[in-house]
Ligand binder design. Structure first.
Ligand code: S3P
Length: 167
């Protein structure tokens, strides 16, 4: 499969950034993280953007960042977990390359995100928030070109799998 970009999508804590960084290194491609790009552009954290301007404003910044980044090629992009919610973003991702959905069980996700308490959408009872949000996003990642269940895999194995299936 010839692909211009590899776009990683998936719920928070599915390993998009960690996997993306290693994948880019293996391919000799650039690695970008849409949340990090937004923070760089806005000179503040995602949590602050949510707190000061709300989620809708964050989603606008996110759509703009995705469109800007995906105009380029030879990149691995880790997206935020909610980037798939807007149809324009999904179309932009599919048009720019291969979209890989990373999946994991709620238990695995809770274990992975518990070390970072800054995510605005996971404030309050972590277990409840993860289960509720996963329920509302049940089919949100189905549009992807391919899906990989990361629950029992190491980062190394996930990268190998992506290279085998996109190469
Ligand atoms: C979000 C996921 C976060 C970040 C923001 C919103 C979401 O990114 O974009 O907090 O809606 O799922 P990660 O998936 O990298 O945690």
């Amino acid at each position: 499969m010839i692909t211009n970009n590899i776009v990683l999508v998936g719920f928070m804590g599915t390993g998009k950034s960690t996997v993306g960084r290693l994948l880019a290194e293996r391919l000799g491609w650039n690695f970008l993280d849409s949340d990090a790009e937004i923070e760089k552009n806005e000179q503040t954290s995602i949590a602050e953007i949510f707190r000061l301007h709300g989620e809708a404003h964050f989603r606008q910044l996110e759509s703009q960042a995705l469109a800007d980044i995906l105009a380029g090629s030879g990149q691995v992009l880790a997206t935020g977990g909610g980037a798939v919610l807007a149809e324009t973003n999904r179309t932009c991702m599919l048009g720019s390359g291969c979209v890989v959905a990373l999946q994991a069980t709620p238990e695995k996700i809770i274990a992975r995100v518990s070390s970072d308490q800054s995510r605005p959408l996971l404030q309050g009872n972590l277990e409840e928030r993860v289960h509720a949000l996963m329920e509302t996003r049940k089919s949100a990642y189905d549009f992807a070109t391919m899906a990989i269940d990361t629950t029992e895999l190491t980062v190394e194995q996930i990268v190998e799998e992506i290279i085998a299936r996109t190469g």
